[in-house]
Design a protein around this ligand. Structure first.
Ligand code: T3D
Length: 260
């Protein structure tokens, strides 16, 4: 992979993608979209990747769309850019059959906040902030934020965050349920590594099916979701890891999951 805006690193079964345009707080440009697409293609084609970590280089996580990019926000057809660049990225992350941890190392603004919320588990450094910055420049929250926000924090908080564009501190974000946990800045890297190693050793097929279940559940009624669970459990129950999990329980030993 020839990446210019993103660092791709492997540590065992964990792939880490680091947004790397720190001079503009890792805001998205066309090259970064292309790099992310290439990285996700590599991950999707590599069954040895069992967990993905997303983070940012420098003091920010991601400040959303690069407002200085020629032909970007404020020009042309914003809807076309969303359809071509952001929407496929967000859906791809939700459908990726391995867990994605977001380690929010600094400010996450605009589509950068949406990008974080599209991950499965979000850890944030105490100094990080989440900003629905869109309204500040006359735009609507996008890249999934109007879908994620009310589901995570409820309608009242979601509307206020979207309409005011006020920042929310990582600790408050955790308290409201916007993210999983807020940790001290010095602990973010270690906590992320430990969580990634743990997830990468779990039954990866079951985690992929859990992702599918939650995605389906967001638009299903209870009866439909019970059917989804039946189908997914049938699939999970037939995996080598389910056999290993039950055998390990009976044998009173720790399970050794292969991810299959
Ligand atoms: O049309 C379409 O394509 C639709 C798609 C929309 C998707 C979106 O994401 S829209 C929302 C775009 N993002 C924003 O509006 C956020 C803009 N950034 C900020 O409001 C602030 O930078 C932050 C609140 C995030 C952080 O503030 P602060 O004070 O910590 O940092 P700073 O000094 O503002 O930024 C540091 C540098 O990064 C600075 O450059 P400089 O002065 O050192 O040369 C700043 O210009 C640059 N930067 C920050 N955000 C962006 C950016 N450059 C380009 N695009 C950015 N989004």
């Amino acid at each position: 992979m020839n990446l210019t805006t993103l660092d791709y690193a492997r540590d065992g079964a964990v792939a880490t993608l680091t947004l790397n345009r720190p001079q503009v707080l890792n805001s998205f440009c066309a090259a970064m979209h292309a790099d992310l697409a290439a990285a996700f293609t590599t991950i999707e084609q590599d069954p040895t990747v069992r967990c993905v970590v997303l983070t940012g280089a420098g003091r920010g996580f991601c400040a959303g769309q690069d407002l200085g990019e020629a032909g970007g926000a404020g020009t042309g057809d914003a809807g076309e850019r969303l359809e071509r660049l952001y929407n496929p990225l967000i859906l791809r992350m939700r459908r990726l059959p391995v867990p994605i941890i977001c380690a929010v190392n600094g400010v996450a603004a605009g589509a950068g906040a949406s990008f974080a919320l599209a991950c499965d588990i979000v850890l944030a450094a105490r100094s990080a902030k989440f900003i629905q910055a869109f309204v500040r420049i006359g735009l609507v929250p996008d890249a999934g934020s109007t879908w994620f926000l009310p589901r995570l924090v409820g309608d009242a908080r979601a509307r206020a965050l979207a309409m005011t564009g006020d920042p929310i501190e990582a600790a408050q974000a955790a308290e409201w349920g916007l993210i999983w946990r807020c940790v001290d800045d010095t602990e973010l890297a270690g906590e992320t590594r430990a969580l990634a190693a743990r997830l990468a050793a779990l039954p990866t097929r079951a985690i992929a099916l859990i992702k599918q279940a939650f995605l389906a559940g967001a638009s299903n009624d209870l009866a439909a979701q019970l059917q989804v669970e039946r189908a997914l459990q049938r699939e999970a129950g037939a995996t080598a890891d389910a056999r290993e999990g039950v055998a390990a329980f009976i044998d009173k030993r720790p399970p050794q999951f292969s991810g299959r």
